[in-house]
Design a protein around this ligand. Sequence first.
Ligand SMILES: [Cu+2]
Length: 179
Amino acid sequence: MNALGPCGKLSQPAEEGVMGLRRSRASCKPVRIRKMRWRSNELAFCVVLLCAGCGGAPPDAVLDGSFPEAPYAVVFSDEKRLFIEVRTSPGQPPRRGHAAVQLAVKDEQNAPVDGLTVQATPWMPAMGHGAPVDPMVSAIGEGKYVVQNVSMFMPGRWELHTTFSGPVADTAMPVFDVP
Ligand SMILES: [Cu+2]
């Protein structure tokens, strides 16, 4: 064998770095092709991630009993009118995918608040996007509300932008770190 590379040139010496090594191993163009292929793999991976959070899956039928005893977090509403214990299921901290979030809401006198209308929207602040499905909220009594279909489909920090109306009007923002 001679020392000619596939391009008909002498193989690049190792001191020229990674590009030189790659060029000597393959041919002149494959470096670029390889990069393109890697990019399309990356794209496919992103699509898979997005689709993991897409609708179609039935809501997690988690209405009671399956939330841990200890809250994941305890938050005040923004105007301090409500005090909210936050629990997640399945798993606490919530896993990637669809989670149910229980909000146990009390007022300034530490009494459970029933009759609230609750709206909750997941948001991933670092990337500026929400979730592909809207959560559904059910009141289960004793001041507890279960937000189902909270689609936190990527690892990282998610906010649950929450609005309460009815007997008490206020907003709150529990935050979740999805591993
Ligand atoms: Cu994201």
